[in-house]
Every structure is written in structure tokens, then in C-alpha cells.
Design a protein around this ligand. Sequence first.
Ligand SMILES: *Cc1c(COP(=O)(O)O)cnc(C)c1O
Length: 401
Amino acid sequence: MLTLNQHPSGRHFLQIPGPSPVPDRILRAMCLPTIDHRGPEFGRLGLKVLAGIQQIFQTQHPVAIYPASGTGAWEAALANTMSPGDRVLMVETGQFATLWQKMATRLGLQTEFISEPGTCAETGLPLAWRRGVNAALIEERLRADAGHQIRAVCVVHNETSTGVTSDIAAVRRAIDSVKHPALLMVDTISGLASADYRHDEWRVDVAISGSQKGLMLPPGISFNALSPRALEVSKTAKLPKSFWAWDEIVEMNKGGYWPYTPSTNLLYGLHEALDMLLAQGLPTVFARHQRWAAGVRAAVTAWGLPIQCADPAVYSPVLTGVVTPAGVDADAVRKLIHTRYDMSLGTGLGKVKGRMFRIGHLGDCNDLTLVATVAGCEMGLKQAGVKLAGSGVQALMEAFT
Ligand SMILES: *Cc1c(COP(=O)(O)O)cnc(C)c1O
């Protein structure tokens, strides 16, 4: 795979919104020898990472860690809390919300998938894919559900396919305002450790996350942050569950162990990532992402291209979606940039395929990484024949100085 690199000198620019670049310090920590996962040394590692990840989720309650990608943790959230035929309310914000909804249907749940209707006049793209969750729509639907048939409200915190965040506190208020007992489940796979996420304060019942985005780890482990209520509900929920079941995991985690072999070396990496993030402090980490995002948006605006997120209140700090002019295949631009400059950018997914590309600005980046990233995009766009209104690199440098 590495031999495909067209520029055998220097580093590849991995500017997709996950997997994000893994810091050398984390890579080094992961190449230590694998140890006995039932031995005393492992128990200390287990307890340390379990306590650290609670701080990242801003929770006092248990966090389950799975040897699986984020998709596995999505399934775990539903399998532990729902029964066959249960009704769940989900909101279409983009491709990841769509995939989660598809999974819920495949698991035998009745899903209601609500979305903002309409198409954007400027870009021709679905409006729902340019905005965050509208909490008023959720409130309206829950108010109409007087018999409390809806068991869960499921939303994506940072929609990685579009570069739009959603106001989770507003969703919590919507559920509370109609005194509805539905559980609140939040996918913060790409939000955690990049965008502010407050599990306990927002009273989320199950949060789902993964290793390869803000946590700066390779893919391979994922998380469920729980609430006492979610744990209670899991005791009577009837969807089949065994590998994903929280009860045995939470019990064994008390000693720092797992019911089966955990991903030992990824946990070494997590240990290192937690040290790095907590030493910096979450407010600093979030501010750094906001700064990069503002800089990249200034660049896209200078080019004269639309940002996929159409609502400035919910711009993602993690990534920016760039809409290409009608007739310009965004994937052809990405391909050109990959070949000429050895940089990977995120492809347009689902309903926006070919119409936009995504610039990741998360994890182990700095101001100069992003200057280079934007320069690569600018050169590639020009070479693809896109007329740019001005220099994004110039605008980015101004934003950063
Ligand atoms: C990456 C991502 C997923 C999918 O996670 P995998 O690790 O690829 O299974 C789901 N939701 C969001 C918001 C994501 O960013």
C-alpha cells in the first residue's frame, strides 16, 4: 500500500475526517510487547484508561470499550436498550445518520426518520444535509406521541459526511419539555475529543464514539458511554445481545479487565492519547479545533465556494465540506490532489457524492499542516479548471496571524 505513494519523500497528508493522523508518541506507545490480559499489569492499564475516557466524555458513569469500529458501538447501543419492534426517532442529517437508521431497521426496530424538507436553491443539495438537528421537530413529534411509543431519540453530534454539528443540549430540552421518557442516544464518533461533548450535563443515555477521529488513534476500538437509566433499561431490553452486552463488561471493568481479549496495544495507544489530551485540557483542545475550522472556512469563502454547512451556528470544528461548482466532479479534484500532492481528502458520501469534498482538521494537526492542506486544495482546484475568486491560502494565513 505504501509503495503506491507517488511522492516517496516527506509525509502523506491524511486530511480526511478520520482516520486522523496518529502522533508518533502514540505509535511508539503501541509497539510495546503485548501483555497477559488477565495479569496484574493489565488491570492497572484497564483502570487507568477507563477512568481517563470518562473525563473525555465528561461523565461519572461507566464507559464500555469494544474491540470494534464505531459501527459496532452503534449496534451495541441499540442491542442493549431496545426490544424487537420498538419505535425509535432518528434525524436525517447526512450519511452517518442514514447508515445508523438502516442498521436500526435491520435489527428489527421501527424507525421514524425525520428530516428538513426541500433542496437548497444555491447548490441543489438536500437542505437536511446542510443543517443540524432541528430540536423543534423532535419536540413536536414527541408531543404527538402521547402513548410514549417512541423508545429512543437518536441523533448524530458531529455529522462527518457534511461538517455540521447538532445542538445536543437543545435536543435534551426538547425531550424534557414534553416530559417524554424516550432515551437519548448520541453518535459522537467524530465529535468526541474535538468538539465539546458533555455526557452527564446533557443527560445523554448512550453516547457512541470511536478511536480513529478526535482521539488520534488507529481504527479498532469504540465506546458506549452510559447513563444509570440506560443500564437499568438494558436489564429488560429484549434484542439479542451477547458480545455487546454491557452487564458482563461493566462488572469485569471494575477490576480493569474485560470478559474477552481486549485490543491490548490499542489500549496502550489510548493511554497515551488520554495523557496528551488531558495534559492539554479539553477547553484547549476544543479551542484549537475551532481555530482551525475558522481558518479553513475563511479559505473556502475566499475561493468563493459554498461551505456544505449552511448554518453558521453549527459549523463543525472537525471538518469542512467544500461544495464544487455544478459540473465539476469533486472526486476528480480529490483524485488529482492525491496523485499530485500525496494528500487524502474526504469524499462526498451518499446524496452529496461528487458534489463536495471534505477537509479534515482534527486531531494531530497544527497551523502549518492546515496551510499546506489548503495550498494543496487550492492548487488542485485550479488545475481541475475551477475558477477561484481569490486565494484561500492568503485568507487562512490572515486568519492564523
Ligand atoms: C466514522 C463515523 C462512523 C462510522 O464509524 P466506523 O468506525 O467507520 O464504523 C459513524 N458515525 C460517524 C459520525 C462517524 O464519523
